[in-house]
Write a protein that binds this ligand. Structure first.
Ligand code: ATP
Length: 500
């Protein structure tokens, strides 16, 4: 308040002097410098208060039961948390106290939830901060905040009658990045990291409030080795994308409070959402409810979930409306992808649509038969064939290709490179970087040409039906894989009858 009054008076004085004809510029410069100086002192002197997050049993906080999947992460974490729960037993066996647990995994997989559940399970005070909160321009501020955080954990534990406290630092790679690397060689960064190491070293089993640090990161490879050495982050817990069973559990958790129609099969949705994180699945359940609300339905139906999957994968529908001719081309392109997919991987198409979303003017969504984490050469070749299906369908039906296939080709080339670099091409085991000029290109072309021929044969076989499916797609904008399979089956039967 005093500062504001002072600033007002100074401005008024200067305006007065300026009107009276005085040169106020040197004065203005001095006042500017003064304010800059007070700002620096302010920032350096500021003490950041970290507000404890209530996650107690009494207030219905998040427990391990509220986290779907992640069974191995939960198992490892539970074991490590015994240090907080039964310290007497730990010390009777002469076990060194655990100071830090590092949760490593892709975004949205539940690392924050696990840290909160750890506080719930151990009935600890929970203090949360992000790595970026410790990065300031001024040397010493980050270190001071680290000191403050640990101090608050100890004193907060005492004042709230908790025997233990958990400090959770999300994106710990921001403050714990390797020293001397690139932009992080800054003195401020080193001081902050050193302070964190000092605080971790100071944690002991005999402390009145036992403090455990839980860090979370997507990039453990960036962390300074001093942080990762035994005695600091003793446990590194991998928090991966959920498998099919995990996805089902997460979907069950996030649809607990939503009325589902009888046609909703969460098992099928879990199957269709390979690669989704817990955060994606939470968003999917939420989006499905929003679609149902928009349609003024009282129950969430299967079609609402299908629409929500498209939205989570491809983004919101966009208003781009191409002309009829271009729309027809898009329909021919997508039908080509879908027919090739059905021919080489039976029952693989889940949806074909020409509703533009995100950057795509249309797309097909596939249902993987089961989760898979590695690929054989023939798996990759199948993917390449499906990608080429769009352009070859355009070429065979409309007489030429369009730029709509550019992204498909780029992906197909990347996949072909994968075959070479994994030693699955005719070149054997090679380093793609050391191949002589033109050899890689020749090999990629061989792989792609082989698939182009395979795809052309499929497209020519179904040439008589592609236009019909495309017209139907134009009318409906979106058709299901089951509907496509029905059309293809009838077409095959008709052809058989003609032959007979
Ligand atoms: P980031 O690395 O981006 O910080 P994170 O791994 O910490 O992400 P969380 O913040 O724990 O992810 O999860 C985000 C949201 O996703 C949660 O609030 C929850 O709704 C949902 N979620 C993620 N994983 C799970 C899970 N295993 N079970 C239930 N919900 C989950």
């Amino acid at each position: 308040m005093i500062k504001e009054i002072g600033a007002g008076l100074a401005l008024g004085l200067m305006a007065g002097l300026f009107i009276m004809g005085f040169n106020v510029y040197p004065l203005l410069l001095l006042v500017g410098l003064f304010f800059l100086l007070t700002r620096v002192v302010d920032i350096k002197g500021s003490v950041r208060q970290f507000v404890p997050i209530s996650n107690s049993k009494a207030k219905g906080g998040i427990s391990f039961d509220d986290i779907g999947g992640q069974n191995s992460a939960k198992r490892e974490l539970l074991e490590a948390l015994d240090f907080l729960r039964i310290p007497e037993k730990i010390s009777s066996l002469g076990i060194r106290p655990l100071k830090g647990i590092l949760l490593v995994g892709p975004p949205g997989t539940g690392k924050t939830l696990l840290a909160k559940a750890a506080a719930y399970y151990t009935d600890s005070l929970f203090l949360s901060a992000a790595g970026s909160e410790f990065i300031e321009m001024y040397a010493g501020v980050g270190a001071q905040r680290i000191r403050q955080l640990f101090k608050q954990a100890r004193s907060g534990g005492k004042s709230s009658n908790k025997k233990s406290a958990i400090i959770f630092i999300d994106e710990i790679d921001i403050l714990g990045a390797r020293r001397g690397s690139g932009s992080n060689s800054h003195l401020e960064h080193e001081q902050t990291l050193n302070q964190l190491l000092v605080e971790m070293d100071g944690l002991g089993v005999g402390d009145e409030t036992r403090v455990l640090l839980i860090g979370a990161t997507n990039r453990a490879d960036l962390l300074d080795s001093a942080l990762l050495r035994p005695g600091r982050f003793d446990r590194i817990v991998q928090v991966d994308l959920p498998d099919q069973e995990g996805r089902l559990q997460i979907l069950r958790l996030h649809t607990r409070n939503k009325p589902l129609a009888a046609d909703v099969q969460l098992k099928n949705i879990a199957k269709e959402t390979f690669g989704f994180s817990g955060a994606h699945l939470e968003s999917l359940a939420n989006e499905a409810a929003i679609v149902a609300l928009r349609e003024k339905k009282k129950l969430l139906e299967n079609k609402h979930f299908s629409e929500a999957i498209d939205k989570v994968i491809m983004g919101e529908k966009i208003d781009r409306k191409p002309g009829r001719e271009e729309f027809f081309r898009i329909a021919i392109h997508e039908t080509g992808h879908a027919i090739v997919s059905e021919c080489i991987r039976s029952c693989s198409v889940s949806t074909i649509t020409i509703i533009p979303r995100g950057k795509a003017m249309g797309y097909i969504r596939q249902t993987p038969a089961e989760d898979s984490y590695i690929s054989t050469r023939s798996n990759i070749e199948e993917q390449i064939a499906i990608l080429l299906g769009g352009a070859i369908s355009e070429e065979e039906i409309l007489g030429n290709r369009s730029t709509g296939a550019t992204a498909d080709f780029q992906q197909a080339i990347e996949l072909a490179k994968k075959i070479v670099s994994a030693g699955m091409s005719s070149l054997g085991i090679v380093s793609t970087d050391d191949l002589p000029n033109g050899v890689l290109h020749k090999n990629l072309k061989e792989i792609l040409d082989g698939q182009e021929k395979r795809v052309r044969d499929i497209i020519l076989k179904y040439r008589g039906i592609i236009e019909n499916v495309a017209n139907y797609l134009l009318e409906k904008e979106k058709i299901s894989g089951a509907c496509l399979r029905n059309i293809l089956e009838k077409y095959e039967q008709k052809k058989q009858q003609k032959v007979c």
